[in-house]
Write a protein that binds this ligand. Sequence first.
Ligand SMILES: [Zn+2]
Length: 122
Amino acid sequence: MKANELDGYRKSLLAEKERLSAALEHLHAENPGAENEDALDLSSLEQHLAEVGSITLDREMDYSLEDVVQRELGAITNALERIEQGSFGDCASCGAPIAHERLAALPWASLCIDCKRREERS
Ligand SMILES: [Zn+2]
């Protein structure tokens, strides 16, 4: 991967990390049962997480938004580490390069689409 491409991914990862860290701070600052949830813009955050598709928001499951944000932050941190190690953009399972379109949508993706589909089926 070219250095300028890598740099672009690093920038979007850092921006996303900042956004999620800020969201997490809001979640921590909030008192349970506080009325003013709108101020936190949680629904738009949830929608964002669902749109980027990295995490399935399963309404049947007892997930908390904080868990979801933590998981995504973990994935972003891993991706930043892979950039440092020079393995960014390679599938963690089969080693094939991950498609640029996939990385553009999900810069923290660690699996190529084939391995991801295989994982989801199993
Ligand atoms: Zn793969």
